[in-house]
Design a protein around this ligand. Structure first.
Ligand code: PDD
Length: 282
């Protein structure tokens, strides 16, 4: 495995950062998770746009221009000879001193890791996941705007810990008003009487790129789609529920908090959307 570290290509063993790095000390930085399908970077522009927007929002200067970043991604994939896999692109504020002041960090660090990926077995896409809601609440824009894909993932990690304790793969996080926000690392959709719903991002969700792809697919396939806040009750009584994310793609949910969703397996619209999603990435 070859890793891009600040302009150099190094082995996994040599890919090291400083203990003074503010990404490490404070979670001060941003990242993207990106898929490679058949040697192509899926939605590269969308991911880089989100990365550069996150950087602008937190006043982080990315030391690479947009096309240099794209080239670095392509070159890292090439050096790893990977046709299908996952890219983790990290930009950290870089090494500074122990104070939190980013002024003391003269240069941001860019790290690109590419790896094989298989998060759920194929049966899970047919059978659906079991999920639970958790007590951890999502940061909403009055705290850290969830549109920023920052290295501060403790909020989501606490959700993941609750999911682990419940023995499930992904959990559902609400915002402080009780509206369904998203999973620990996935957006959420529900379907009721043929209408597809997903929470608007202001409820407290990342503006997911897979989410946007599914919204586009719904339009293309003629499904009515509404971005509207909903509650756990709406999830329990939905005909279908699914999560979307770069790693998870489109994965059905068959049970939430002990309530069977629809027929207790991936429903017809979810299965249709997954099939069409897979066609678009081929
Ligand atoms: N997840 N919500 C959160 C909190 C996320 O971390 C992610 C991405 C998503 C889905 O966004 P997208 O479709 O752009 O991946 C939603 C990880 C890092 C991933 O799936 O790779």
């Amino acid at each position: 495995q070859v890793i891009y570290l600040n302009g150099e290509y190094v082995s996994k063993e040599d890919a090291k950062i400083s203990v003074f790095d503010h990404g490490f000390l404070y979670g001060d930085g941003i990242f993207e998770g990106i898929r490679i399908y058949g040697g192509n970077i899926f939605k590269c522009k969308e991911h880089l746009d989100r990365l550069y927007d996150s950087a602008k929002s937190i006043m982080l200067d990315i030391p690479l221009a947009y096309d240099e970043m794209e080239q670095a991604l392509i070159e890292t994939i090439r050096k790893n000879a990977l046709r299908d896999g996952y890219i983790r692109l990290v930009v950290s504020r870089g090494p500074g001193n122990l104070g939190l002041d980013p002024k003391r960090c003269p240069k941001a660090w860019v790290i690109i890791i590419v790896e094989q990926l298989a998060i759920y077995p194929e049966e899970a896409y047919r059978d659906g996941l079991v999920s639970v809601s958790v007590s951890q609440r999502r940061n909403i824009p009055d705290a850290l705007n969830p549109k920023i894909k920052s290295l501060n993932y403790l909020n989501n990690i606490l959700v993941k810990i609750q999911a682990n304790l419940a023995g499930v793969g992904e959990a559902i996080m609400l915002n402080s008003q009780g509206y369904v926000a998203e999973g620990s690392s996935d957006n959420i959709f529900i379907i009721k009487r043929g209408v597809v719903y997903t929470p608007p991002c202001y409820v407290g969700a990342l503006e997911g790129i897979t989410r946007a792809t599914i919204i586009e697919l719904c339009e293309k396939l003629g499904y009515s789609l509404k971005e509207e806040p909903f509650t756990l009750h709406d999830v329990y009584v939905a005909d279908e529920v699914f999560f979307t994310g770069t790693a998870a793609e489109v994965i059905a949910v068959r049970e939430v908090d002990g309530r069977t969703i629809g027929g207790g397996k991936a429903g017809p619209i979810t299965t249709h959307l997954l099939g069409e999603f897979r066609k678009t990435v081929e």
